[in-house]
Design a protein around this ligand. Sequence first.
Ligand code: NAD
Length: 296
Amino acid sequence: MTKIAFIGLGNMGSGMCVNLAKAGFDVMAFDLNRDAVKAVAEKGVKPASALGDAVVNADVVVSMLPAGKHVHAVYFDTDGVADQAKPGTLFLDCSTISVEEAREAAAKAEAAGFIYMDAPVSGGTAAADAGTLTFMVGGAAEGYERGKPILDAMGKNVFHAGGSGNGQAAKIANNMLLAISMIGTCEAFNLAEKLGLDAQTFYDISSTASGQCWSMTSYCPAPGPVPAAPSNRDYQPGFAVAMMLKDLKLAMGAAEAAGAETPLGYHAEEIYTALSEAGHDGLDFSGVMKRIKGEI
Ligand code: NAD
């Protein structure tokens, strides 16, 4: 049976690692937070009290960590994963980190005799718990073939986006588009309302016309038309402003490095930065509607 070491049992990782155990994998998990380890140990996952205990016998290491610096520290610091894993172990990092950090990690891992794949996710904690995440995977075909059954147990869509870093590239380009489309949707609903249309009337028209997009039909930022959307619970997340801003910063850094023109992405970052600086990190990202209406 494939032995998996799972590192990082936060909002996302805890549900993901329990889903691997439910699918029949032999999972041992580690987090600096002992309570998080205890919580998954009650759900079929073996607890590890040190990183090395989880990693030493693993065939595959899966990680779900806050940011690039944590990923590099966990894998490549002295006594990190690369010092303790068996040669040939597959590393699947599901954290959202920069394209450059992912490519550096892949190169370091390869030089040490491992295969590193970036496999960031789309979908929040509900999808992590339900096993319905989308994975965007970058790295060698061999790593993708080995990793796919494991990612399948945590998600409903798994895409091979190409070489190292391409998973992160897909993720941040998608989320930049999401930020832009969300702000545009808010502007359109606000304009329509000021011109005398109620939200439902504008929704009925625009959702079947050329302005239709996911931000409108699945996550409508105007209260009413999409009952499950955060706009109907005073913009409680969902996907928080702080998380969107993290992804926009990664997108803008990557755009600059690649020389890609992203004027609307840049403006979206400015808008979400303003929301964050005004103390609204914990608001759902569709709460930009409140800003556009001048309420916050
Ligand atoms: P989180 O902060 O809740 O969890 C991170 C976990 O990593 C924590 O439990 C922390 O203790 C652990 N950790 C940190 N350093 C460690 C170390 N050296 N060794 C062991 N454990 C360590 O974060 P999250 O919300 O679960 O997000 C994880 C990643 O997923 C991030 O990169 C985030 O951008 C991405 N993501 C999150 C969401 C979401 O909705 N939360 C959605 C998509 C992608």
